[in-house]
Design a protein around this ligand. Structure first.
Ligand SMILES: [Zn+2]
Length: 283
């Protein structure tokens, strides 16, 4: 399933505008082929995507915490750490404003970063659901729960693109996606991030999964989406609202970014001379 180009995507009949929008989003920095691959490519720029914003509040907790607010807090803390460590950081939003999923991809591709990290908080009907899960993109979800997460996170796209027409758009995108070198690297970063996040306070790990997230599909670089905990679980909501937990999450993600960068540069034959190799350490 993961190595093929599926013919048809289930359950996304309303996404027909995708192919046009992502064609636009991807075009400015479409860097495929031998010429692009030949250029030395140092890991020095990370795109951080705080989910939701503005009218799109994301998920909400039983005590009123909003996903859009806590993911922005974590994104800002992570950005500050990475900048301190010498990396360039591009944020798709740095305030409480609405940014469409295709604008996020456009910002990412225009910045020519080496990694795209989308930060979200999870939600479930049961208040007992808890733990951290990390995703990279695929046409078909790993399981039904993963599909539900993608459907929830894709809702912003569908509401912003209500009128659609024509054939299945997602299969067209996946024609590029499944042959992309970025899938392996997206998987690699997802595993690093999941491992670091799950080590926080022995947080329950729900594993690395795959699902069709629109925000990841348009991005022409390794791309991962982390769900940093269940805002619908009262204990996790309280933790996510605390500065301590937000710092822990930012530290964990920064460690994963640095380890990914070290491997990325080694793979691309980039020699490292000090710089941002140091781990971010304790707080
Ligand atoms: Zn979200």
């Amino acid at each position: 399933m993961r190595g093929t180009v599926p013919q048809k995507m289930r359950g996304h009949g309303k996404g027909a505008a995708l192919v046009v929008l992502f064609a636009v989003a991807a075009s400015p920095a479409r860097a495929t082929g031998p010429a692009a691959a030949a250029a030395p490519d140092r890991f020095d720029r990370v795109v951080i995507d705080a989910g939701h914003g503005g009218d799109d509040q994301g998920a909400g907790g039983p005590n009123g915490l909003l996903e859009k607010n806590i993911v922005l807090e974590v994104a800002r803390r992570l950005a500050a750490r990475l900048r301190d460590d010498g990396l360039e950081v591009v944020m798709t939003r740095d305030g409480d404003q609405a940014v469409s999923l295709e604008q996020r991809a456009q910002v990412a591709n225009g910045s020519q970063g080496e990694l795209f990290l989308s930060i979200h908080a999870n939600a479930a009907p049961s208040p007992k659901a808890r733990g951290i899960e990390t995703f990279f993109v695929s046409l078909h979800a790993s399981d039904e729960a993963a599909q539900r997460v993608a459907a929830r996170e894709n809702a912003a796209f569908r509401s912003a693109n209500a009128s659609t027409s024509g054939a299945d758009p997602v299969a067209a995108i996946l024609g590029d996606l499944t042959v992309s070198e970025h899938l392996a690297e997206s998987n690699e970063f997802a595993r690093l991030a999941q491992e670091e996040l799950a080590a926080i306070d022995r947080h329950p790990s729900r594993g690395v999964k795959q699902a069709p997230f629109y925000v990841l599909m348009g991005v022409q670089m390794p791309a991962t989406l982390v769900e940093i905990g269940f805002i619908t679980n009262p204990q996790e909501e309280r933790a996510l609202g605390s500065k301590v937990r937000q710092e822990q999450i930012a530290d964990a993600l920064a460690r994963a970014v640095h380890e990914f960068g070290r491997r990325y540069d080694a793979r691309h034959g980039v020699a490292r001379q000090g710089g941002h190799t140091a781990p971010s350490g304790g707080s």
